[in-house]
Design a protein around this ligand. Structure first.
Ligand code: V47
Length: 369
């Protein structure tokens, strides 16, 4: 037994032992960043070899109108405020159509908590998209939105999920989790559904046979302990349901938010967060390096620090595309060709996946976004 925490933790990882809360905090505190990365990379290679996944998708944000005011968010608008919008179903379908024709396999749908839209709007949206684009996977609505639907309908959680599924819901994205630690949540999103509610809704989604993702917003006012606590709450639920597909640490992007005075995470902090996620979340298959928030260059490095997925081409507008450009470039969307080349350049074999991580075989890639 050695006294250097990272060497002791490396022995646990090599022995396949589960890491504790204290191990997680020690990993974040280590100065041996390269060794941390190496450890996470070893675990990632054992699971996925040299493959790095990506998908060809579109982000649709049907409305930016929201009755809450999360301090980290620059997307939301109050009803009637300049820049507020809500699509009709026809507008939403029209937005997706060119991307559909260019070969997307997934539409990722999230929006604000609109004060007056009825549940039927969301059901019609799913039905409309499904009938226009039958083969496209609809990954729609965070646990926070599902909670909102329950409040406006007074249906049970199960009934809400059942109706969405009947209308075309295929899986759920991982947003809204932010940071589970209550004392942080109180400061950054005090009105949003609480952590226990987010986790309970995810449990119900999984019990209904629907897969979902999980995110963590880091690099604002939370501590390392808060991040590890967040991961462990997810790990416990994953032990119970096995329903999470991937974990996505989201690098906080301060610009245009109420927290604009904060610097946001450094590259080293982001790489450590990816690596610690890979090591702590031993029951998650995939760790996603979301290039839109990390920037292309950090996302490439993240593939060497435990991540196995870059998300996708992410065409479309919305909270994390139009507003932010973490790597300072204008283009927050990319082409399949560029994602493939980023992955190859980082030394990995690109594999296009669908939302459920099945490889996508294409006859031609000529028309792809
Ligand atoms: O919940 C909001 C985050 C999330 C900021 O499931 C911000 O595959 C950084 O969840 N800086 C929504 N992050 C996005 C999301 C997501 C993204 C990609 C893939 C998947 C998936 C899910 O974005 C919100 C919030 O945590 N967010 N504002 C910001 N200023």
């Amino acid at each position: 037994m050695t006294s250097d925490p990272i060497l002791r933790i490396a022995e646990k990882v090599q022995a396949g032992e589960r890491l504790s809360f204290d191990d997680g905090v020690a990993l974040f505190e280590t100065r041996s960043v390269a060794l941390l990365g190496h450890l996470a990379h070893t675990v990632r290679r054992a699971r996925h070899g040299n493959v790095a996944y990506y998908n060809v998708n579109h982000h649709l944000n049907p409305t930016n109108v929201c009755y809450w005011d999360c301090t980290f968010c620059s997307f939301y608008r109050k009803p009637g405020q300049e820049g507020a919008y809500t699509y009709t179903i026809e507008q939403a379908i029209a937005e997706v159509r060119p991307y559909y024709e260019a070969g997307i396999t997934e539409v990722h749908i999230v929006g604000g908590l609109h004060p007056t839209l009825k549940f039927d709007y969301y059901l019609d949206l799913l039905r409309g998209l499904k009938s226009a684009f039958p083969n496209v996977h609809l990954k729609a609505f965070t646990m926070v939105e599902l909670d909102h639907f329950k409040r406006i309908t007074r249906l049970s959680d199960e009934e809400v999920i059942e109706r969405l599924r009947e209308a075309g819901l295929d899986s759920c994205p991982g947003g809204g989790a932010e940071i589970f630690a209550e004392h942080v949540r109180e400061k950054i999103c005090r009105h949003k559904c609480d952590s226990q509610r987010w986790l309970d809704m995810a449990r119900t989604v999984h019990r209904k046979g629907i897969r979902s993702n999980a995110t963590m917003l880091y690099g604002h006012i939370e501590s390392y302990a808060d991040r590890v606590d967040h991961m462990l709450r997810l790990r416990d639920l994953q032990d119970e349901t096995g329903g999470f597909q991937c974990f996505i640490p989201l690098a906080f992007y301060p610009e245009h938010t109420e927290l604009a005075h904060l610097p946001g995470p450094t590259v080293v902090d982001s790489l450590k967060t990816i690596a610690v996620s890979r090591l702590m979340l031993d029951n998650f298959d995939h760790i996603k390096a979301y290039w839109v928030m990390l920037g292309r260059q950090t996302a490439q490095m993240a593939l060497h620090f435990g991540a196995d997925d870059l998300d996708g081409t992410v065409s479309g507008g919305g909270p994390l595309v139009a507003t932010y450009s973490a790597d300072g470039r204008d283009r927050c969307m990319t082409t399949r060709e560029e994602v493939v080349s980023l992955i190859r350049d980082a030394g990995f074999e690109p594999v296009e996946r669908d939302t459920l991580y099945q490889p996508v075989i294409r006859e031609t890639t000529a028309a792809l976004v």
